[in-house]
Write a protein that binds this ligand. Structure first.
Ligand code: G3P
Ligand code: CA
Length: 375
């Protein structure tokens, strides 16, 4: 007897079929992030909540943590006496009072200072001077933090444990830093055994398989990180310029006629499509799980670079099975543009704003969180 379908049965089976097709066609980056235990889309607090508090200090990291950021981002350096600490710049002048404390050494790199010397510096007052509308008396005297201290902060809120997103900064200055980082993470219980599978965790990423992401602009460091910690997700950071993606034009900023660096960078682009693709292919071949490309910001500013999140770029990266975490966006207009272009997470100085944008608003305001932590 031939099988016949009523109209309603046919409709039902079509709907079920569509449902299955939808489940099977969950976007590949979402599935990849889930496999790795990385939130999608991810909120990466760039140098902590660095819009609201002095970057890379306890105020910035505790605020980012308590707002509910997925990751605390940090730039890793090593002191003269071998201690791993967080600082973005090579030098100390922009974000500390080194010129007052050590006038004759004010231009020395941070790595020329022992931890005890670094700890004498005020890493907060510069923020109060630079941003009087966000200044707070308690920021004065904040200290540079060691990696150990940032791990303590990441572990410090029983209700929300962010992961760490660690950049080997100028790693050629610090031979062996990749191994030292592994040893530190191991000693602190932050290395998940190879082969672990993500579990749904109520207090978030900091207890799962994606609790650490390693990032670097340097090919050599990526290879060393992969050798030392093959099981830890790695991101190759991308920008257009020396040592990274070759630009279409080699005219330097000084001769470009552009009014500021943001305008200059905004016009920069990879030499050609193949040059961009070579970097993605390289990242994949070295075991990276994704890339961290730069972006041009609508408002310009110091953190506005070349636009490396054009839809075709993200599509190519996804086709290679990699994620895209773009740096560093602070405004809803740029969040929206990046999400529309297909990114999988965003580095931001304003974790509170990005969480709001992703419809995961923090339970408390930035002001309340700062106060709760004694700032
Ligand atoms: O690590 C991603 C982003 O932080 C790269 O830029 O210069 O702020 O470290 P930068
Ligand atoms: Ca960084």
């Amino acid at each position: 007897m031939p099988v016949t379908f009523s109209k309603s049965a046919l409709l039902l089976s079509l709907l079920l079929g569509l449902g299955q097709a939808h489940a099977a066609s969950e976007p590949a980056p979402v599935a990849l992030a889930a496999r790795l235990g990385i939130p999608h889309p991810a909120v990466i607090a760039h140098r902590g909540a660095s819009f609201d508090a002095p970057e890379s200090t306890a105020a910035a990291y505790k605020t980012a943590r308590d707002l509910g950021a997925d990751y605390l981002e940090l730039d890793l350096q090593r002191s003269k006496d071998g201690v791993l600490f967080a600082l973005h710049d090579n030098h100390l002048q922009r974000t500390t009072d080194v010129a007052t404390r050590f006038p004759e050494r004010k231009d020395s790199p941070a790595t020329a200072f022992t931890l005890a010397e670094l700890k004498t510096l005020d890493a907060g007052s510069w923020f109060n001077s630079a941003y009087p509308d966000r200044a707070r008396p308690a920021f004065a005297g904040l200290k540079i933090l060691t990696l150990d201290e940032i791990i303590d902060i990441a572990e410090g809120n029983p209700l929300h444990k962010p992961g760490l997103y660690i950049e080997t900064k100028e790693p050629r200055q610090f031979p062996g830093i990749e191994r030292e980082l592994k040893e530190k993470l191991q000693a602190r219980g932050w290395l998940i055994p190879p082969g672990s599978t993500p579990t749904k965790n109520e207090v978030a990423v900091g207890q799962g398989t994606g609790k650490v992401i390693l990032q670097t602009f340097e090919k050599n460091s990526l290879e060393l990180l992969q050798k030392e910690m093959p099981q830890v997700p790695k991101i190759l950071l991308l920008w257009v310029g020396e040592g990274n993606i070759e630009p279409a034009s080699n005219v330097p900023f000084a001769k470009s006629g552009e009014k500021d660096k943001a305008a200059y960078y905004a016009r920069q682009q990879p030499k050609d499509k193949a040059e961009f693709q070579r970097w993605i292919d390289y990242a994949k071949a070295q075991g990276a799980i994704g890339t961290g490309p730069s972006a041009a910001l609508t408002q310009g500013g110091e953190q506005s670079y070349a636009d490396l999140v054009k839809p075709w770029m993200n599509q190519y990266t996804h086709e290679q099975g990699l994620l895209v975490h773009v740096y560093t966006l602070d405004d809803a207009v740029d969040y929206q543009k990046a999400m529309d272009a297909g990114v999988d997470g965003i580095f931001t100085n304003r974790a509170s704003e990005l969480l709001k944008f992703y419809k995961r608003p923090a339970a408390a305001s930035v002001e309340q969180v700062l106060r709760n932590n004694g700032f």
